[in-house]
Design a protein around this ligand. Structure first.
Ligand code: UDP
Length: 239
């Protein structure tokens, strides 16, 4: 085998918006299929893949709260949205022949397993993709923080944060085309410069536990595999 993965077990963070594609909200089945294909490429290399899925394409707590709902209720709705995305992703992965399990941080035994860390690890060892849904199960957190937490819990060697841009920039590259991407940046710098990579809770948790994060563009075909093979794309956040 000439293609040797750099990482044996990874945590992939997919935002809800990543699944939206060109749709105004909800899920773009075409994008979902492409994500499944990319995951299939690294699964074939024997990489153990866990996924944390967001829900922003369906519902975000802050948006409900801004319309007068209390924040906790709105956040629980947001968490339920991630379960829908999780089920959609599970279908897409199984369509390309990958066995998956969805584990939910909020009990929903008719549609998903409960989150049980040791069980999740066992699934990974058996080659199943594990999708973590319902975030942390707690309001006032994000799925980015969930991604950092689960990555640490399962002993992933890297947290791969999928985005729509090529990596971390000093200013928003979608608004400022002259911005130059960082190839590498430290956790503290991300926090000091208030860069919108992930929220501060997620970044500080990753920093405390030395969980390397790679921010990369999901929309370019084959990018997940390129990161796994060690191609220097995206931005590495560490140290
Ligand atoms: N959420 C939460 N606790 C968590 C994870 C998520 O309350 O541990 C809620 C929160 O309201 C958030 C929504 O679920 O807005 C969807 O998650 P997120 O915004 O992180 O999704 P993404 O931006 O990745 O699509």
């Amino acid at each position: 085998q000439t293609e040797k993965p750099l990482y044996q077990r990874i945590l992939l963070k997919l935002s809800g918006e990543a699944l939206m594609g060109r749709e105004p909200y909800g899920i773009d089945s075409h994008v979902l299929g492409e994500v499944a294909e990319q995951v299939g490429e690294i699964h074939e290399l024997g990489v153990e893949v866990a996924v944390v899925i967001g829900g922003g394409n369906i519902f975000r707590g802050v948006s409900g709260a801004s319309r007068g709902m209390d924040r906790s209720t709105a956040d629980y709705m947001g968490m339920l949205a991630t379960v829908m995305n999780g089920l959609a992703l599970q279908q897409a992965l199984e369509k390309v022949g990958i066995a998956t399990r969805v584990q939910s941080a909020i009990d929903m035994k008719e549609v998903a397993e409960p989150y049980i860390r040791r069980r999740a690890i066992r699934h990974l060892e058996k080659g199943r993709v594990v999708i973590f849904a319902a975030g942390t199960g707690l309001p006032f957190f994000t799925t980015d923080t969930t991604a950092a937490l689960r990555a640490i819990e399962i002993g992933a060697s890297v947290l791969m944060k999928a985005t729509r841009v090529d990596g971390v920039y000093p200013t928003d590259p979608e608004k400022d085309p002259s911005a130059v991407k960082f190839d590498r940046i430290s956790f503290s710098e991300v926090l000091q410069k208030n860069l919108g990579v992930m929220d501060a809770t997620a970044i500080s948790l990753a920093r405390d536990q030395n969980m390397r994060i790679i921010v990369f563009n999901l929309l370019k075909k084959g990018n997940i595999k390129r990161v796994i093979l060690g191609d220097p794309i995206g931005t590495v956040v560490e140290g």
